[in-house]
Design a binder for this molecule. Structure first.
Ligand code: ADP
Ligand code: MG
Ligand code: ZN
Length: 725
């Protein structure tokens, strides 16, 4: 029925395979079904509506929130030989008219619209006279007040839909909490929409956390070690972003800053300089983000602690859109946590403040944890990840030294117990550390806590060390830190048992400074770097001549393939990923000439074959039952309950549930009724309808947290092997 999608993918965009979910999404859209696609940054959402636009009659309208983004996309399409244009307020009337004429004449396949266009007078009437066959809404979360980039103009999209009855719509976004997702579905009046939700894993990103010491010089060293690569440094304040940019420039690194306090023209100029590879680094506040489609951001550094994990995920997500390896470095200090806590005091509403505090604590926990960063990050979004070496985070690549903390754990836990036995309400970490170190502070004396048997028994460590121990004990589930703005500590049942049974405890040391960089790096493309640099310089010339950013000409991936395959014929050049027919015609001769010239004076080098670089598998390999899961399974077979196994092994119950899910997926015969009732099962099934997704958070939220993540995973495992009736 439709032109061959794979053929169009190659001839126009030069790619020979689809990224995960792309084909399914395109086919659904081409079947004229309303569609919502929630895929992480860099997953390739644009192609999901661009390719169908080429495959169908008529014109596809694309709504996109930022003028800069729109121009960028149209430049990229034009360079690939696709007839595309945009309409927004920057065009002069004559230009505007000629574009409208071309659209009416059916010469254009994709029209990008700024949402403010929808407000203007008779625009809807105009649109009705075009042969519009599809509507695409990019960054669709902008329609929701609950989202982080709400745009009131997006609300008018509804009128656009009404003006075009029967035209199917596709909405795309990288972020959609359940509330935002519901908003997108209802505001856009998507009917029986097919919802696609991909894994949030970014396989090519390396996550690194280091203690923050002498941050500016650490950042300089980090960037200097990365050749000509470009990246973003996020800072908490405008002033700091300016200072950091100045420091980098003084160290010989071309850098600019970007924040909401800059005048419009300066902001645009700085952004442009970054996109065009005229500066290597932008030092920015969180204001810098959505407009950045630059695919070759090779690192994102957080000079200060982000306020929550969602922000951290979004900001690090701007690295490595092209799928090549990229590093995300977070510089962490407890001092940053304290500073952010002080800002929280300014939030008037108690509930909002408590929520912000919780989110901040989760962020700090992430930074301090000795667990796989990927497991933690994806776990936050409700997504399971095999607890094996992920190969792309500091904790997996350079596991931390552990130490015997049995005595310390006993001292701390019994201190919590003693306080509770006095009948006082629970106290916070700081207070407990003061008791242990024998502080004579007013608060201690007032509560007579200098009379406790645990008073002063922990003088071998300072208060900061005790606080660090406490947070590790909390992460292991032996104490609970809870209670909004002024969190207090209580002993959990597990902690009580640990205390009674005097079981050995091992904790890990704080992260080390300057750990070896994460390697091997997922998606790396080894190539002849000298030739790569020559091709990169040529790309910059070609791009400048056409007034477009270099990545519009070719991606780094394409250049790397050229610098390892040495294509000197048209057909060899066409085989390079990202080279379609138009780019071959426009840029082929120049690049081929350079490569042929290079080969006259240099030998071809040979490189190891690449393992599936073009679609970095976002799905985890199906894990065999690994050794730790095997231990769980054996305890399970011996008749122990999940809680018993969890406390015996000192692991969280969700971890045990994950182990069991693995075992079930591997065929372990277990009765599902042990985990949930038939009613609960029906409820889970209903919540899962319509989603072909990896992330469980939406389902978890939908069920209002009544069913644990572990149970949901177990359900999934049963589904995978056929749920016994
Ligand atoms: P998103 O909007 O989801 O963040 P983009 O649409 O900007 O992602 O695509 C990210 C990058 O991936 C782009 O450089 C794009 O050319 C590339 N890309 C998209 N689909 C494919 C594919 N099937 N094969 C190779 N590269 C692809
Ligand atoms: Mg996009
Ligand atoms: Zn890891």
């Amino acid at each position: 029925m439709h032109a061959n999608l794979a053929g169009l993918l190659k001839s126009h965009f030069g790619y020979s395979s689809f990224r995960p979910l792309q084909r399914e999404i395109m086919e659904t859209a081409l079947a004229d079904r309303d569609t919502l696609a929630i895929l992480p940054t860099g997953a390739g959402k644009s192609l999901c509506y661009q390719l169908p636009a080429l495959a169908r009659e008529g014109v596809t309208l694309v709504v996109s929130p930022l003028i800069a983004l729109m121009k960028d996309q149209v430049d990229q399409l034009t360079a690939s030989g696709v007839a595309a244009t945009f309409l927004n307020s920057t065009l002069d009337p004559r230009e505007n008219r000629s574009r409208l004429d071309a659209i009416r004449a059916g010469e254009v396949k994709l029209v990008y619209l700024a949402p403010e266009r929808l407000m203007s007078g008779d625009f809807l009437t105009t649109v009705r006279n075009w042969n519009v066959t599809a509507l695409a809404v990019d960054e669709a979360h902008c329609i929701s007040e609950w989202g982080h980039d709400f745009r009131p103009e997006y609300r008018r999209l509804r009128e656009l839909r009404e003006a075009l009855p029967g035209v199917p719509a596709i909405a795309l976004t990288a972020t959609a909490t359940p509330r935002v997702r519901e908003d997108i579905l209802s505001q856009l009046a998507l009917r029986e929409a097919a919802v696609f939700l991909a894994s949030f894993n970014r396989p090519n990103l390396n996550y690194l956390v280091e203690p923050k010491q002498d941050a500016a010089s650490r950042i300089v060293r980090f960037i200097k070690a990365r050749g000509a690569d470009s990246g973003i440094v996020y800072a908490q304040s405008r002033k700091r972003s300016e200072e950091l940019a100045a420091t980098l420039r003084n160290s010989g690194i071309p850098a600019v800053c970007y924040h909401a306090g800059l005048e419009g023209p300066e902001r645009a100029r700085n952004q442009e300089a970054f996109l065009r590879d005229e500066v290597r680094v932008v030092c920015a506040t969180v204001a810098f983000g959505m407009g950045i489609n630059k695919p070759d951001v090779r690192f994102v550094i957080h000079a200060d602690l982000p306020k929550n994990i969602e922000g951290y995920y979004q900001e690090t997500g701007r690295a490595g859109r092209d799928g090549l390896p990229a590093d995300c470095l977070l510089l962490y200090s407890r001092g940053d946590v304290a500073k952010l806590i002080r800002f929280l005091d300014e939030i008037p509403d108690g509930e909002t403040r408590d929520h912000a505090r919780l989110q901040l604590d989760q962020m700090a926990d992430f930074a301090e944890s000795d667990h796989c960063r990927r497991v933690n990050l994806l776990g936050y979004f409700g997504e399971a990840w095999p607890e094996e070496n992920c190969g792309g985070c500091d904790n997996c690549l350079a596991p931390r030294e552990s130490w015997d903390a049995t005595t310390e754990a006993q001292k701390f836990l019994s201190c919590v117990l003693r306080v509770s036995q006095t009948g006082h309400p629970p106290v916070g970490i700081r207070h407990l550390c003061d008791i242990l170190t024998g502080s004579r502070s007013e608060k201690i004396l007032m509560k007579n806590h200098d009379q406790l048997s645990t008073y002063g028994v922990g003088k071998e460590h300072g208060a900061a060390k005790w606080a660090e121990i406490a947070r590790q004990l909390a992460r292991k589930g032996w104490i609970e830190i809870a209670g909004g703005t002024w969190p207090t500590i209580t002993l959990t049942a597990d902690g009580m048992r640990l205390l009674r049974e005097r079981r050995p405890v091992s904790l890990t040391r704080l992260m080390a400074l300057d750990k070896p960089a994460a390697r091997p790096r997922a998606g790396d493309i080894e190539c002849d770097m000298e030739l790569f640099e020559i091709l990169r310089a040529h790309r910059k010339q070609v791009a400048d001549a056409a007034s477009v950013p270099p990545y519009v000409v070719f991606s780094d991936i394409a250049l790397r393939h050229m610098a390892r395959d040495y294509p000197v014929t048209d057909s060899a050049f066409l085989a390079i990923p990202g080279v379609g027919e138009r780019k071959l015609a426009d840029y082929g001769p120049g690049f081929i000439g350079l490569i042929a010239g290079w080969l006259e004076t240099h030998d071809r080098r040979h490189f190891a074959p690449l393992a599936g670089f073009s679609s970095p598998a976002p799905k985890p390999p199906k894990p065999a039952v690994n050794s730790t899961a095997q231990v769980t399974l054996e305890l399970w077979r011996s008749g122990k309950s999940i809680d018993e196994i969890a406390s015996e092994r000192g692991l969280a119950t969700t971890t045990i549930e994950n182990h069991l899910a693995q075992a079930i997926a591997n065929g372990e015969p277990i009765d599902p009724r042990v985990f949930y009732t038939a009613e609960e099962e029906a409820e889970i099934r209903a919540a899962l309808v319509g989603y072909s997704e990896e992330a469980l958070k939406p389902v978890f939220d939908h069920l209002e947290g009544r069913i644990s993540y572990g149970k949901l995973r177990i359900f999934r495992a049963f589904e995978a092997v056929g749920h016994p009736a």
